[in-house]
Design a protein around this ligand. Structure first.
Ligand code: SAM
Length: 185
C-alpha cells in the first residue's frame, strides 16, 4: 500500500466484561483495514494484549496502547478528527473532503464510542460521520469508513514481521511460516 499520513483509532469507553470482544474487534479491524495504531481506555488491558498478540503472530506494523485520558488524546491531536456516529453526516457526502485532507498530509484520528458519547466530542470533531444513520456497531462503522477512505487499497497491503501467513484458498485452511517460499504456480 502507498504511504499515507498516520491514522489512529481511538476507542472511547470500555465496560470490562461486557465490551471485551467489541473493544478487541475494534483493534483487530483497525489493524486489518489500514490504521497504524489503536488507543484503548486504560481498563482495556485484556483487549490490548489480544491485539498485540495477533500483531506479533500475523504481522504489522501496528501499535496498540492504553490511555488514562482519551480526551487529552483528542485535544492534543495534530491533524483531523473524525467521530463515527449514527447522528453524523452521511459518509458518502463527506468522504471526498475527508480523503482530500488525509491524502493531502493530515493525520487522522478516528473516534468510535462504546456507550453514550459525551457531546463535547461531537463539538471537538472536525467531522461527525454516519455510516448510514441507523444504529449498528463501532466495528461495522470502522470497517466501512476505512474501506471508503482507502478506496479498497487497504485490502492489498503487505505485512511485516509476521511469523505466519494465511494462504488464500477456495476451500480449506492453509497457514505457512512467513519465511517459507511462496509456491510457484
Ligand atoms: N447510543 C450511543 C450514543 O448515542 O453515542 C452509541 C452506541 S453504539 C453501540 C457504539 C458506537 O458505534 C458509536 O459510538 C459509534 O461510534 C458506532 N456507531 C453505531 N452506529 C453507527 C453508525 N450508523 N455510523 C457510524 N458509527 C456508528
Amino acid at each position: 500500500m502507498q504511504e499515507y499520513p498516520e491514522i489512529v483509532v481511538l476507542r472511547l469507553g470500555h465496560r470490562p466484561g461486557r465490551d471485551e470482544r467489541m473493544t478487541t474487534h475494534v483493534g483487530l479491524t483497525a489493524r486489518a483495514l489500514g490504521a497504524d495504531r489503536v488507543v484503548f481506555p486504560d481498563n482495556a488491558g485484556q483487549s490490548r494484549d489480544t491485539v498485540a498478540d495477533i500483531t506479533d503472530r500475523f504481522g504489522g506494523p501496528f501499535d496498540v496502547e492504553l490511555t488514562d485520558s482519551p480526551r487529552a488524546t483528542i485535544r492534543g491531536w495534530e491533524g483531523q478528527v473524525v467521530h463515527l456516529t449514527m447522528y453524523g453526516e452521511r459518509v458518502q457526502d463527506v468522504e471526498t473532503e475527508i480523503r482530500s485532507a488525509f491524502t493531502g498530509g493530515e493525520p487522522l484520528l478516528l473516534i468510535v464510542g462504546a456507550e453514550k458519547v459525551p457531546f463535547d466530542v461531537y463539538e471537538e470533531a472536525d467531522w461527525n460521520v454516519g455510516v448510514t444513520n441507523q444504529p449498528h456497531s463501532e466495528v461495522a462503522g470502522l470497517a466501512v469508513f476505512l474501506d471508503r477512505l482507502f478506496e479498497g487499497r487497504e485490502l492489498d497491503r503487505d505485512w511485516a514481521d509476521a511469523d505466519r501467513r494465511v494462504i488464500p484458498m477456495e476451500t480449506g485452511k492453509r497457514v505457512e511460516p512467513a519465511d517459507s517460499e511462496p509456491d510457484s504456480a
